[in-house]
Structures are given as structure tokens and as C-alpha cells.
Design a protein around this ligand. Structure first.
Ligand code: GLC
Length: 743
């Protein structure tokens, strides 16, 4: 207790003068700014040229930067170009520096697993560290703002941007949001390896109708508060510097002009002191939404609702001055937005040294940083999910024992390099020479006694089966076949919604054809989302979900294949059996007629042509060893709402033949509420390492705050009643305890 008081005292002593100085500096500057200069700070342009390229044909961007009419640039990479543009900004009357933003989503010069894949590691320290490395590398290239983390809760894998977030669960997504914000911002803005983070896309972008990107969102404010807003609040609580408003409308009001989320929730209730940037052109898009008749009205609605900076729509640049002249927008509203932006520029240290992120030597050190690559390899290993590993002739195929074996490695991704980066990776000219392909990764693990054969088999997404014969020939020569299939990296990501989640092209046919050769098959599935692969689930004995793992992908996958690393990933999203099940998520409500099990179809909420359960559930993932979770104990059978605390413990034993990691998960169920409550809710998880045979006690602490929810009056409340607690390996955990929450 004493230590935390000392820390608080230090922060107050140290931080207060800084805040006072910042306020004073920014207020002085603001008082000297013309309206044009103020509006300039709210204007962000896309750089859309390379590190040494020329400014775009629009041409007058340089002139506008010199005139102080630009506050920020995005998609500018490299110290040389950043320095050049900063020099232009310092020619403006008040010499206000630019901030440079980039989508540093899962790495920069070193690419890590796509965020959904990394979320499957359930390792918050790992996620924080990869964000920290990404920030360090990006900052060395002159970038001081990343448009990440994406914290949209997503329950619909048809939406291509599920690859960018942490999946379907609000509690888990909130934990991941905090870890990634801390990673990007490090010890705090002002360090030359810290970048401003940006929680996006605010809000509920992942709930687009039909999983179709940019589509409408319509839900109760209770559901919005209960499921979709908490990860953003968690990011704010972690000190996130910025948020990005989303493209979608929410209950008929576009997020970019939605004062309920921007002012009432974010700036008032959550006391957010950073600034909000629109998404690309989303202010101007309100015209196409049919929410503004022109750019003038779009600018009016966005600035009034609380969007501070205009990314690329030019509505603020073209209309704010007239809106002020017409008395539609008070200067105070402009001042508030400008102040928020200038305070962050001050925190970044750009007023004291506008070139502090421009260090050629520091930039040069980021290329092929071996320490960062070693971490990327570990990050990739821990993101892989083992979905199946059924015995063949008495033993599971994985891990491989490759010595004296002939292995056939077949599929369109086996020798791919840049594909392993997935969507939202920053591309560099030397990428293809730096990325470890899956073939290379496995070859790195084999000695001369092994033979590694290769066939492409088919392309990713066409109807050409001409490669099948070679694939069959190669498979027939092998002792074991590894097939690497999936969707292309650009089949998930922004504007990549898919109505059909099966393996594209003729990959399914290739899988069945090669399997018919009769050799044991291991399947690797590369994807940015949950795919549907029923035949494989039924017929292929071993399946690894390998997402897109980044620069070290081949090594990470090979480490798991040969057992150097025992897979420990768990699914952050439910995997559907068909598209018809979507939206599909574990923390659903019971309904008045819940199906007892997958066979129950008698006047219950069920499909008559399909089991209700997912192909693979949230939180699911296997290991080369086995773990037993037993002896659930509660410290009490009751918890008072005032100051209550309940300890939940279990004994976890590694009952198999390999050392390994297990993610022990704790779920609750509120049996009766003033509104219906989910049948399960994740409220805790711990990833532990156990040697074979080892036993560990794992404990969780529950408090009344963990049990709060939003009632229909949008009050965040505790409600006395009976709760069940489940602890286990996934959302199917059956080890159960019960307690009463009492007044
Ligand atoms: C895109 C994305 C957003 C990204 C921004 C800048 O349209 O929606 O996530 O940060 O534009 O590239």
C-alpha cells in the first residue's frame, strides 16, 4: 500500500509541472493562432509516396504545409521524407510541427502475427512486447503515431477485419487493448521509441450487418455499452493518446458525428484528454450516408459531435472557416479540438525538438534486427492453435520425428514469402528476401537423413487442377504429407468481407485428392479469420491453425511441427460449421427454449439441419501434452457487493508426455438478472507452464466489479443473486462452483 502511495505522490509531483507547462505553452500558442492556422491543425493529408518519392500530383501539399494549413500526415515513411516535410512545417509562421501517422498494426520492419493470431496466444506480455518493438522500429523511421490497436469486438467472421482485432469477447478484448496500448506508448509519450496509440474504430464497427464492411450497425445502447464500448474504455484507462471514429453509422447516426459515443461517453464520462481522428474520409462520407447534404454540413456535424481531426476528407479545411463566419460553429469548439492535438504534440516533445524522431543511425539499426526476429519467431509459435492431433497407427502425427523420413510439403503457401505478413503489413522492397517461408523453415529443422519434397498442388483461388498429379506423385513418395492451405492474405482485412468462408479455389479438392493417396496428412491452415473446413475436420488427423505469422513464419511453424515448441494457442473466436450459423459466439443468451445439446431439435432454439455448437469453440486449443483441471475451490459461497472478494482456485496437472503451456480460463454465469444474462462470460485467464507430471494451483480473484453489467436504464450495476463459476481449458469448461452475491 505504501509503495503505491509513493508512486502516486511521485507522479503528482513529477507530472503536475509537466501538465502545467504543457497547458501554459499550448494556451499561449493557441492565443497567437489565426483561425486558418487553427483549422490547419485539424487537417490530415495522406503522404501517398515512398520514403524518397515526390509529393502527389495535387502538388500544393508542400505549400499548404509551409502555410501551417496541415497538422498531420499519414503514410509517410522514412527519416529522409519526414525530415523534409517537418522542415516545411517549420517555415510556417508559428513553426508548429507535424505528426506522422501510420498503420503499424502488427509490426513494422519486423512483422509479427496478425493481431487475431497473436490474440490466440492469450499472452498479454507477448502482445505488449510486440507492440513495443513495432513502436521502436516505426519511431526510428520518423513515425510518432500508429493507428492501432484495433479493438473492435467481432462476432462475424465474414467481416474481413476480424484479422485486425482480438476476437469476440469483451473482457478478453479489453485486456488485449490495454496491453497493446501500453506496448505502443511504452513508458509514456516523449520517449523517442514511444508512439501515440489509436484505439479504433470507435465504435461497434465489427457489428456491421451481414459482416459486410462499412455496413450499418443497429443495436440497443445497452448492448453497445455492454459488449462494444468496454475495450475502448480500457484503452482510455490505459492512457491511449487518440481514438479513430469508425465508418459505420450506429442506430442511424454515423460514428464520426455521433455525440453519444464521442462526447457523452468518451470525453465526458471517460474523461478522455486525447484527440479523435476520423477514419479515412469518413467526415465527407456522411454525404453518401445521407446524413449531410454537403461538406459544409458534414464538417458542422463532425466538429460539433467531437471528431477533432479530419483524415483526408478536406471538409474541415474547406468549410470550418465559413461555419465560424456563419455563426454555426463557435471558435471555442475549434479551440478545444486544436488544443487536444497541440497537447499531444507537446507530449511527444515535438515543440522542443521537431526532428527528434529523425535519426538516420537509429533508423538503420532497425533493418533485420536479429533480436526482434527472435522474438517474432517466439510470438509466431505461441499464436499457433492445434485443432486436432488424432492418433494414426497408435500415435499422433505431431510432433513430427523427421529423421530418416520423406516429407511431402504441398500447397500454394509452402514457398510463399510476403504472404506470411498477412494484411496491414508495411511493405518494404527487401521483404521477399527477409521473410522465412514455410518450406525454408522446415528445411532449417531437417538433417541429411530427411528428404523434403515439394509441390504447389494448386493456386490459391482458381479452378486449375493441373498441379494435382504432381502433388499426388510427391505424396506417394513420402512417409508423411504436410498440406499448407487457406485463404490469401488479401482475402481478409479492410474491405475483404467474404460470404463464403470455405477454402477458396480447388484447395478442398486438392486436400481430398492428396488424402486419398493414403499417407498420413498434417494440415496447416493460413487465414486472417475463422474459415470453414468441415471435410478436413472430419478426415484429417492433425490440423494446425497458423494464421499469418509474419517475418519468421516459416521458423515458427517448423518449431511447432517438430516439437521444439509445444503449441499453446487458444481460439479468440468461435469457428462456425457453416456461414448459416453466423453470428456465432459463446457468450450468447439462453433464450426461453435452449437446446439441451446438439441433438435436441424438439421445439427449441436450434437449426434442424445443423448442430448449434461451433466447429471449434471460443478458448479452444490443444497441446502435444494433456492437462487436467480439478479441485475447484471457492474461498466462500457468498460475496457481499460492498467490498466483497472471492478467490477461486483449481489444481492443474500436466498429465501427458511433454512440457507445455495451458491457458486456464474462468467463466461465470449470472443465473437470473433484471435483463437476461449470457450463459457464460470470460472473467479471468492465466497462461501457465507445466513440466510433464507437474501440478500447479491456479487462483483467480473475483470482485463485485467483475460481475457488473448494464441494465436497461444504462446503469452499470451489481445485482444480488446466484452465480456459477466454471474453470477449464475453453468456453466449454465444466468444472463448476456456485456462490451468492449478496447485498
Ligand atoms: C483505413 C482504415 C483505418 C486506417 C486508416 C488509415 O481506411 O479503416 O483502420 O487506420 O484508413 O490508413
Amino acid at each position: 500500500m505504501k509503495k503505491s502511495l509513493l508512486i502516486v505522490a511521485f507522479l503528482l509531483v513529477a507530472v503536475t509541472p509537466f501538465c502545467q507547462n504543457a497547458e501554459r505553452f499550448v494556451n499561449d500558442l493557441l492565443s497567437n493562432m489565426t483561425l486558418d492556422e487553427k483549422i490547419g491543425q485539424l487537417n490530415q493529408y495522406n503522404g501517398d509516396w515512398g520514403a524518397t518519392g515526390k509529393i502527389t500530383p495535387e502538388g500544393d501539399k508542400e505549400q499548404q504545409i509551409k502555410q501551417g494549413k496541415v497538422g498531420s500526415m499519414l503514410n509517410v515513411t522514412g527519416v529522409e521524407t519526414v525530415r523534409k516535410l517537418q522542415a516545411l512545417a517549420l517555415q510556417s509562421r508559428l513553426k508548429i510541427p507535424l505528426i506522422f501517422g501510420q498503420d503499424v498494426i502488427h509490426g513494422f520492419r519486423t512483422t509479427f502475427p496478425i493481431p487475431l493470431g497473436e490474440a490466440a496466444s492469450w499472452d498479454l506480455s507477448l502482445m505488449e512486447k510486440s507492440a513495443r518493438i513495432a513502436a521502436t522500429e516505426a519511431a526510428a523511421y520518423g513515425i510518432n503515431w500508429t493507428f492501432a490497436p484495433m479493438v473492435d469486438i467481432a462476432r462475424d467472421p465474414r467481416w474481413g477485419r476480424v484479422m485486425e482485432g482480438a476476437g469476440e469477447d469483451t473482457y478478453f478484448g479489453s485486456q488485449v487493448a490495454q496491453a497493446r496500448v501500453k506496448g505502443f506508448q511504452g513508458q509514456g509519450l516523449g520517449a523517442v521509441d514511444a508512439v501515440m496509440a489509436c484505439a479504433k474504430h470507435f465504435a461497434a464497427y465489427g457489428a456491421a450487418v451481414g459482416g459486410r464492411d462499412y455496413n450499418s450497425v443497429d443495436m440497443s445502447l445497452r448492448q453497445l455499452n455492454e459488449t462494444y464500448l468496454p475495450p475502448f474504455q480500457a484503452a482510455v484507462n490505459a492512457g491511449v493518446a487518440t481514438l479513430m471514429s469508425s465508418f459505420n453509422d450506429i442506430n442511424g447516426i454515423p460514428a464520426t458525428a455521433n455525440s453519444y459515443i464521442l462526447r457523452e461517453k468518451l470525453k465526458k464520462e471517460w474523461h478522455f484528454n486525447g484527440f479523435v481522428v476520423s477514419d479515412w474520409g469518413s467526415i465527407g462520407e456522411m454525404i453518401r450516408h445521407g446524413y449531410a447534404k454537403d461538406g459544409y454540413e458534414a464538417a458542422l456535424k463532425a466538429i460539433t459531435a467531437g471528431t477533432d481531426m479530419d483524415m483526408e476528407s478536406r471538409c474541415y479545411r474547406d468549410h470550418l472557416k465559413q461555419l465560424v463566419a456563419d455563426g454555426k460553429v463557435p471558435v471555442s469548439l475549434i479551440n478545444e479540438a486544436v488544443k487536444r492535438i497541440l497537447l499531444k504534440k507537446y507530449e511527444l516533445g515535438l515543440f522542443s525538438d521537431p526532428y527528434r524522431f529523425c535519426n538516420d543511425e537509429r533508423q538503420a539499426r532497425q533493418v533485420n534486427n536479429q533480436e526482434n526476429r527472435r522474438f517474432a519467431r517466439e510470438d509466431g509459435e505461441k499464436s499457433i492453435v492445434l485443432l486436432k492431433n488424432d492418433p494414426v497407427n497408435g500415435r499422433p502425427l505431431l510432433p513430427l520425428f523427421p529423421n530418416n523420413q520423406t516429407i511431402a510439403f504441398i500447397g500454394p503457401f509452402v514457398k510463399a514469402t510476403v504472404a506470411n505478413h498477412g494484411f496491414w503489413a508495411i511493405s518494404f522492397p527487401d521483404d521477399s528476401t527477409r521473410i522465412v517461408s514455410q518450406f525454408e523453415g522446415l528445411r532449417n529443422q531437417l538433417d541429411a537423413s530427411s528428404t523434403l519434397l515439394y509441390a504447389e498442388g494448386c493456386h490459391v483461388n482458381d479452378n486449375d487442377e493441373s498441379g494435382f498429379a504432381e502433388a499426388v506423385r510427391v505424396a506417394s513418395q513420402a512417409d508423411i504429407v504436410i498440406l499448407s492451405l487457406g485463404e490469401a492474405p488479401d482475402m481478409s482485412g479492410e474491405a475483404k468481407s467474404r460470404s463464403n468462408l470455405r477454402l477458396p479455389g480447388v484447395q478442398e479438392a486438392l486436400l481430398e485428392t492428396v488424402s486419398a493417396v493414403g499417407k498420413p496428412v498434417v494440415l496447416l491452415l493460413n487465414a486472417g479469420r475463422p474459415l470453414i473446413f468441415n471435410w478436413a475436420s472430419e478426415h484429417v488427423p492433425s490440423i494446425l491453425y497458423t494464421w499469418w505469422l509474419g517475418t519468421e513464419a516459416g521458423n515458427s511453424i517448423a518449431d511447432v511441427l517438430v516439437g521444439t515448441c509445444n503449441p499453446s494457442g487458444k481460439l479468440p473466436m468461435s469457428f462456425p460449421r457453416t456461414e448459416g450459423q453466423i453470428p456465432l459466439y459463446y457468450n450468447h443468451y439462453s433464450t426461453g427454449r435452449p437446446a439441451k445439446d446438439d441433438d435436441d431439435k424438439f421445439y427449441v432454439s436450434a437449426y434442424i439441419d445443423l448442430p448449434n455448437s461451433p466447429e471449434y469453440p471460443f478458448g479452444y486449443g490443444l497441446s502435444y501434452t494433456t492437462f487436467d483441471v480439478a479441485k475447484l475451490q471457492l474461498s466462500s459461497d457468498r460475496m457481499p457487493i460492498q467490498g466483497g472478494r472471492l478467490n477461486v482456485s483449481v489444481e492443474v496437472k500436466n498429465t501427458g508426455n511433454y512440457d507445455g503451456e495451458e491457458v486456464v480460463q474462468l467463466y461465470i454465469r449470472d443465473l437470473v438478472g433484471c435483463v437476461v444474462r449470457p450463459v457464460r462470460e470470460l472473467k479471468g485467464f492465466k497462461k501457465i507452464f507445466l513440466r510433464k507430471g507437474e501440478v500447479q494451483t491456479v487462483s483467480f480473484a473475483l470482485t463485485p466489479n467483475d460481475l457488473k453489467f448494464f441494465n436497461n436504464d444504462l446503469q452499470y450495476i451489481n445485482e444480488p443473486g446466484t452465480y456459477e463459476v466454471f474453470v477449464g481449458h475453453s468456453s466449454l469448461a465444466s468444472l463448476k462452483g456456485t456462490f451468492e452475491l449478496i447485498k
